[in-house]
Design a protein around this ligand. Structure first.
Ligand SMILES: Nc1ncnc2c1ncn2[C@@H]1O[C@H](COP(=O)(O)OP(=O)(O)O)[C@@H](O)[C@H]1O
Ligand SMILES: Nc1ccn([C@@H]2O[C@H](COP(=O)(O)OP(=O)(O)O)[C@@H](O)[C@H]2O)c(=O)n1
Length: 213
């Protein structure tokens, strides 16, 4: 009787721990596009670190606005204290318990900051990693810029810097999670729907009963 009650309590508490999927890949690999598909089909809230930073940059009275703009233009990574606090607030505000965290953790500072503050409050399910060549990603970002993304970093000069940051700072984070067996690789060089077919396989293999909408 006591054991069964304890088991029930433990199940309840486990359920309360927010679950996260980190979504990584080069700039323009299609992270945002796929997160939008995933959040429609599965019970996950899409939180884009880049979108949260861009919102904070626009917020009146933000003490970080200028610093964020400068980092984004230069393809550099904003200090984790700012990004992690924005993510944490957005998670709390949503009132939900499953999150796609898009574009994070992007360097060692991001990873260490998350582990310091959030890793004991959350459960990492896996890391979705979109693989796409630099040329194709560059073409997509320039296309996004030309189509009016309004982003100050969808230009060749910023893109070169973003790619350097991706190769030097983000790839080691993907390797770190790969060593832990947490990376789910997706070929992102095909059309959006075809990419999503592979993404669905990953989510469906992760215990459908728990994550289906
Ligand atoms: N699989 C795909 N094939 C072709 N274009 C794509 C694909 N996925 C996304 N795009 C387009 O490429 C650009 C970048 O996609 P996005 O999802 O914003 O990438 P990220 O979030 O990784 O920067 C957008 O204009 C988007 O419409
Ligand atoms: N964890 C993060 C994510 C984004 N960013 C900043 O936001 C920019 C845009 O990131 P993004 O994820 O919206 O877009 P992509 O570069 O992936 O297309 C990055 O180049 C960084 O300058 C950051 O500083 N820290």
């Amino acid at each position: 009787m006591l054991n069964s009650t304890l088991r029930q309590c433990s199940r309840y508490l486990n359920k309360m721990v927010p679950e996260v999927v980190f979504v990584l890949g080069a700039p323009g690999s299609g992270k945002g596009t796929q997160c939008s598909f995933i959040s429609k089909e599965y019970d996950f809230v899409h939180l884009s670190a880049g979108d949260l930073l861009r919102e904070e940059r626009q917020r009146q009275g933000s003490e970080y606005g200028e610093m964020i703009e400068q980092k984004i233009r230069n393809g550099e990574i904003v200090p984790v204290e700012v990004t992690c606090s924005l993510l944490h607030k957005a998670m709390q505000k949503s009132g939900k318990s499953r999150f796609l965290i898009d574009g994070f953790p992007r360097n060692k500072d991001n990873l260490d900051g998350w582990e310091r503050v959030m890793s004991d409050k959350t459960k990492l399910l896996f890391v979705l990693f979109f693989e796409c060549s630099r040329d194709l990603c560059t073409e997509r970002c320039l296309g996004r810029g030309a189509a009016g993304s309004g982003r100050s970093d969808d230009n060749l000069e910023s893109l070169q810097k973003r790619f350097n940051t991706y190769l030097n700072d983000t790839m080691p984070i993907i390797q770190h999670y790969d060593q832990l067996g947490l990376v789910r690789r997706i070929n992102a060089e095909v059309g959006p729907q075809q990419v999503f077919e592979d993404v669905k396989k990953v989510f469906n293999n992760s215990d459908m009963s728990r994550i289906a909408n």
